[in-house]
Ligand binder design. Structure first.
Ligand SMILES: *Cc1c(COP(=O)(O)O)cnc(C)c1O
Length: 385
């Protein structure tokens, strides 16, 4: 059995062809593949607008920039996420606050968030960054009601959840990234994510003004649109109207992403099958806590996280058998850098207890049944020792 990682990309012959065609075309960047990928991705998540960017982290930063995060502002996120979700606030000089996770969904606890918001003076917080952790869609409908009362923006980190959705109170399926309840959504195309472009990311929104801002700020704050120019000296003329960055994704990456997107439904269905097989295999197994899935949620399974008391021993045991499970995530507030900002152990007990037991088992569309059975056998072997 060859080594099995917790996640990995799948590059098809069609993907290779798409990349080669772009390499042989006139545009390696700022060409037609960018727009094609943006439009196809927007359609995939049911959003009106999408902006392709260099990676998920830059997608987050571009959003906090466009939302006008600045020193003195406070933004809330979850401790159980990749550090980038929180760092995006710090990049802009804002401060990060956390709300503990819900022990079942492992996403931000909306009851706790509500009481935190209700007990703080109006205006204390500027926005919230919920994370669809492991692929579990956050109830952004409920979050929007809180956001309205407290005048917050919502930036959904949907890196784990392209294709996932929850059913809202009207019985309508609301896809992660669709712009219905959140102001902005971001995705990553790192190779372990659902769609791989090497490095890559996307922002989606239904807000035209925010979309225009994202576009401008993702390319130096420079525009060439005649209707936006304050002067016009001729065909060469452009204006830098705001301080932006170069967060553009190349046509090479976009061609790969567009090709990968064609298999997204297949990949998601495969992830769900793999999750079902794990659920069946470990159901009733003492010592293992399995992921919870509510009836109104279509889980996107970026990760399949189990919890067990002997997490470190199981991790080492699997490693010794060439199975490279992972831990997602070390709570952000316990990272040394965040500790220097005043956070400490004990601040978010549910997240910390989760972290002590969590282990992500291999989960990716090309994991074969045979490989998965090997993983299942090794986990069971360890548990029964
Ligand atoms: C992967 C990821 C990011 C960052 O994406 P990059 O493309 O690696 O910069 C941000 N948030 C979450 C939840 C992620 O999983």
């Amino acid at each position: 059995m060859k080594p099995i990682s917790y996640g990995r990309q799948f590059i098809s012959p069609e993907d290779l062809q798409a990349v080669v065609e772009t390499l042989q075309s006139d545009f390696l960047t700022q060409g037609p593949m960018v727009k094609a990928f943006e439009e196809a991705f927007a359609r995939y998540v049911d959003a009106q607008y999408a902006v392709a960017v260099t990676n998920g982290t830059d997608a987050l930063h571009l959003c906090t920039l466009a939302l006008g995060v600045k020193p003195g502002q406070k933004v809330i996120t979850t401790p159980i996420t990749f550090v980038a979700s929180a760092n995006a606030v710090l990049y802009q000089g804002g401060s990060v606050d956390f709300v503990d996770i819900d022990p079942l969904s492992y996403t931000i606890d909306l009851d706790k968030l509500e009481s935190k918001l209700d007990s703080a003076p109006q205006g204390t917080y500027s926005g919230v960054i919920p994370v669809d952790f492991a692929g579990y869609p956050v109830d952004v409908e409920r979050l929007r009601q809180m956001a309205k009362r407290h005048n917050l923006w919502i930036l959904e980190d949907a890196c784990h959840a392209p294709g996932g959705y929850f059913t809202d109170s009207n019985g309508t399926a609301q896809k992660c990234g669709n712009g219905a309840y959140a102001d902005l959504h971001i995705f990553s195309f790192h190779p372990v994510k659902h769609i791989a472009t090497g490095e890559g990311g996307m922002v989606t929104t239904n807000d035209k003004a925010l979309y225009d801002k994202l576009k401008l700020l993702s390319s130096h704050g420079i525009t060439k649109s005649p209707e936006l120019l304050t002067e016009n000296h001729g065909g060469w003329y452009y204006e830098m109207q705001d301080l932006g960055y170069n967060y553009r994704l190349s046509d090479i990456n976009c061609a790969l992403g567009l090709s990968q997107l064609k298999r997204a439904d297949w990949g998601l269905a495969r992830r769900q099958q793999i999750a079902e097989r794990y659920q069946k295999a470990f159901e009733g197994q003492p010592g293992i806590i399995l992921p919870f899935v509510s009836k109104n949620v279509h889980h996107a399974y970026h990760l399949f996280v189990i919890q067990t008391e002997q997490r470190k021993e199981l991790y080492d045991y699997l490693r010794a058998h060439q199975i490279f499970a992972q831990v997602h995530y070390i709570p952000v507030h316990l990272q040394p850098y965040y500790k220097t900002l005043g956070w400490k152990k004990g601040d978010f007990p549910i997240s910390e207890a989760y972290y002590d037991k969590a282990l992500s088992l291999p989960m990716y569309p090309t994991l074969s049944n045979e490989e998965q059975d090997y993983v299942i056998d090794k986990v069971k072997e360890f548990i029964s020792k």
